[in-house]
Design a protein around this ligand. Structure first.
Ligand code: ASP
Length: 312
């Protein structure tokens, strides 16, 4: 039990242009990333479980309106917030996920409750919200989720008739490009886990489901291989079954984490036209954070190594 712990997180990928950044903004993102990673690391340092660490990191980011998850979620075409989240424990291969949920303050906690307290994996819409109520998981009003710049993003997306990744600039007006959030971790017992949470894509159709809550597409964890959380244009990640593909390339083909990640993100996905990236950790604590967009908000911490953050 003297393995090295490790944790990594993302806050979304997309057209994050250096030219649109300033030192204050950059510091704001970096501080939020650091704070979240340290919250996860603190759990792992106390011999906590990887699954608890990823849940805590994602929850923290859901509460931060800078990110497109929980408070700060983007709007659907109809002006609603429909959120998706998932979590998976690599030790048991148990998973929980929710899609199209409204008013739930922390969708990742709801996904965890689905995993821990039902015989199901995936709940949707009003059924998921009813379950949240039954479990005493906090719900919030529409006002809690209303963030003005998100609504402005929707108006611009509607005008240009596009469905956009939250961090993709629409013309030159969108300065605030924050994204979907996710975390992966390795605990002292050698368990890996992954969690992802999102408001999806701005101007998405009512009922649209992205990759984030789909086990195998946006989230996957397996103690035989690795844990993965994705961010990007969900439709392409679903079609490419990205997270499971990486695990399979390691399990069946013997690729390293790095080889599998680079092949899937920079070759397969790219050829298909899928923009985005992911974070991954294997059971040795190797961490990969590849993306094929201009940037991806990311941070990681491995053992006693320095905390690493990055945007571009
Ligand atoms: N993957 C998410 C989705 O398609 C969006 C994102 O990563 O920002 O819903």
């Amino acid at each position: 039990m003297n393995r090295k712990i490790g944790i990594a997180m993302h806050g979304g990928a997309g057209t994050i242009l250096k030219s649109q950044m300033n030192p204050e903004k950059e510091a704001m993102y970096t501080d939020a990333l650091k704070e979240a990673v340290l919250a996860g690391e603190a759990i792992l340092l106390k011999n906590g479980l990887a699954v608890d660490a990823v849940e805590a990191v994602v929850r923290k980011l859901e509460d931060n309106p800078l990110f497109n998850a929980g408070k700060g979620s983007v709007f659907t075409h109809d002006g609603k917030n429909e959120m998706d989240a998932s979590i998976m424990d690599g030790k048991t291969l148990k998973a929980g996920a929710v899609t199209g949920v409204t008013h739930v303050r922390n969708p990742v906690n709801l996904a965890r409750a689905v995993m821990d307290h039902t015989e199901h994996v995936f709940l949707s819409g009003s059924g998921a919200v009813d379950f949240a109520r039954a479990m005493g998981i906090p719900l919030e009003t529409d006002e809690y989720f209303y963030v003005q710049y998100r609504y402005d993003q929707l108006k611009r997306a509607r005008e240009s008739d596009t469905i956009v990744l939250d961090h993709t600039a629409i013309k030159d007006i969108d300065e605030k490009k924050f994204g979907t959030v996710g975390a992966v971790a390795l605990d002292v017992f050698g368990n890996v886990a992954a969690a992802t949470s999102t408001g999806g894509m701005t101007n998405k159709k009512h009922g649209r489901i992205g990759d984030s809550p789909i086990i195998g597409a946006g989230t996957y964890a397996n103690n035989k291989t690795c844990a993965i959380s994705c961010t990007g244009h969900g439709e392409f990640f679903i079609r490419s079954v990205v997270a499971y593909d990486i695990s399979c390339l390691m399990e069946y083909k013997g690729l390293t984490l790095k080889e599998a990640c680079n092949y899937v993100v920079k070759d397969k996905l790219k050829k298909l036209g899928g923009e985005g990236g992911l974070i991954a950790i294997d059971t040795h604590g190797n961490i990969e954070m590849p993306f094929n967009t201009e940037g991806m908000y990311r941070a990681s911490k491995h053992g006693e190594d320095e905390l690493v953050t990055g945007i571009y």
